[in-house]
Ligand binder design. Sequence first.
Ligand code: SAH
Ligand code: MG
Length: 216
Amino acid sequence: MSIIINDLVEAYIEGLYRSRNNFLKNLREGAEREGVPIITKDTENFLSVLLSIHRPERILEIGTAVGYSAIFSASVISKTKIISVEMDEHMYERALINIEASQMENRISVLKGDAREIISDLNESFDMVFIDAAKGHYKSFFEGSLKLLKPKGIIVSDNVLYKGMTASNEFLLKRKRTIVKRMRAYLEYLYHHTEFETAILSIGDGVAVSVRKVEE
Ligand code: SAH
Ligand code: MG
């Protein structure tokens, strides 16, 4: 369970969940068993709706882990191409193996390195950016992605409520203080951004969706 206040509701929604296919089912089960922080089931459901509305042709993902969310997203929209960035060598290798096994290697490329550096070297443009990596750096990821985002592009940030810690000190673990402070600053920044509209949804571990304001 990820967000304390929503335990009951979340358990109910999780009960309705069905995996898209056996490959994703096995990948999710393996990742959950090991404690790899992949998107929660309700976040996955939300993403599939958002992807179906937005139909991105190109997605930039920051934080690949074992490739679950990338493979899932590619399976929702068959025309989508994804560039995903992962800095952990071991995760990177595992993602490549899983992506090959899913036969998505023509549609998902993984770049190895710190996304803060890698995105500044990219020249492609994207319809959607999915930020799902080190929580202390979301603002850098967001700002780094802006020049790559198409005018109607959206930025989705995962884990922004961080087990409830962002919303209340009641849940705050001392060793997470700095990260949580940075996440709060990020959400303040997003909410008061002059160019973006943002909604924070208490789905999974908290998802923020940001879209450019409509020009008058
Ligand atoms: N999106 C995945 C989960 C990603 S978990 C899914 O839902 O299936 C977060 C990952 O981000 C970890 O594997 C971690 O190694 C990676 N990461 C953390 N900071 C990063 C950075 N600065 N650049 C690239 N990857 C980073
Ligand atoms: Mg996440």
